[in-house]
Design a protein around this ligand. Structure first.
Ligand SMILES: [Zn+2]
Length: 297
């Protein structure tokens, strides 16, 4: 059994990490620059963010490769460097995990292509599979333990990403999470029921939600998913509440204490992999770990 599968069997809840983008901007990433380029230009800053999450007790950490597919990198003229930037991101994380004792898992982050499928846009399914396979190739070459497909709105794109990963590796564990909006569906109209039915027929080790409108909305999605598929490991990785503008800068209104309470509620509702998305920092994750441990103890 893969080490991750053993941990899913043994642990009631696994703590994932928090935001990468929020932390990169705090570390000086200029607006408009591709975050993935920092995997080669500022590896020490990316590594420091991973280390902060490891120190907070996070057990699954995502690479800085969210927008590391050829479509999104093309907006920065970096489309020829997909493999290199993903491989570098994976290597940085792998080294940080090893340095922290090797107990945590390095997850290769795959975000949306940023394109719409035909007929709404120009993307063909086969092109999407190719692009995700290319990205996954770099991530796996850099040594990630699993692939985490996140922030998806279109079920077809999740499928393309899973197929892309499977083209490169038949057995690497794959997590997938979609972004559900206020009305409980994704931007592309996918309901949790529909998503659940589809992913159960694909080879994913965990499924759930990330990003979106905050903890309370995602909790409802977790309850629905748990009822439909009680044995499917569920992912709960909400934003730290809603963005509010403070001095022209987007900050999130979810405090570490409120995120910690929501983590406990999510675990009680059946979530097995719990973390934070936009606006969540190592402080939020440390509070979540403390509260989850308290409720277990
Ligand atoms: Zn987010």
């Amino acid at each position: 059994m893969h080490r991750l599968q053993s941990m899913l069997v043994a642990s009631p809840v696994i703590l994932a990490d928090g935001a990468m983008g929020t932390m990169l901007f705090d570390a000086g990433l200029p607006a408009g620059e591709a975050p993935q380029i920092w995997n080669v230009t500022h590896p020490e800053r990316v590594r420091a963010i991973h280390r902060a999450y490891l120190d907070a007790g996070c057990q699954v950490i995502l690479t800085n490769t969210f927008g590391g597919n050829r479509f999104r990198l093309a907006r920065h003229g970096l489309q020829a460097r997909v493999f290199e930037l993903n491989r570098a991101g994976a290597s940085i994380l792998k080294a940080a995990v090893d340095e922290a004792g090797g107990a945590a898992f390095a997850a290769g982050d795959i975000g949306p292509s940023g394109e719409l499928f035909k007929p709404l846009g120009n993307l063909l399914f086969a092109e999407a599979v190719d692009a995700f396979a290319e990205q996954a190739g770099g991530l796996l070459d850099g040594g990630v333990d699993l692939i985490w497909i996140e922030t998806m709105s279109d079920l077809q794109e999740v499928q393309a990403a899973v197929e892309g990963v499977r083209r490169v590796s038949a057995d690497v564990p794959v997590f997938a999470s979609m972004t559900f909006e206020k009305h409980g569906r994704t931007m592309m109209g996918v309901a949790p029921e529909q998503a659940c039915k589809a992913v159960l027929s694909w080879s994913v080790s965990a499924f759930g939600g990330n990003c979106g409108t905050g903890p309370i909305e995602l909790l409802k999605v977790i309850r629905t998913l748990h009822e439909l598929a009680p044995s499917l490991p569920l992912i709960y990785k909400p934003n730290a509440g809603l963005p509010v503008l403070v001095d022209g800068k987007a900050t999130y209104d979810g405090t570490p204490a409120s995120m910690a309470q929501s983590a406990v509620a999510a675990a009680a509702a059946g979530a097995r992999i719990v973390g934070g998305c936009c606006g969540s920092t190592p402080d939020h994750l440390r509070a979540m770990r403390g509260e989850l441990a308290g409720k277990r103890g």
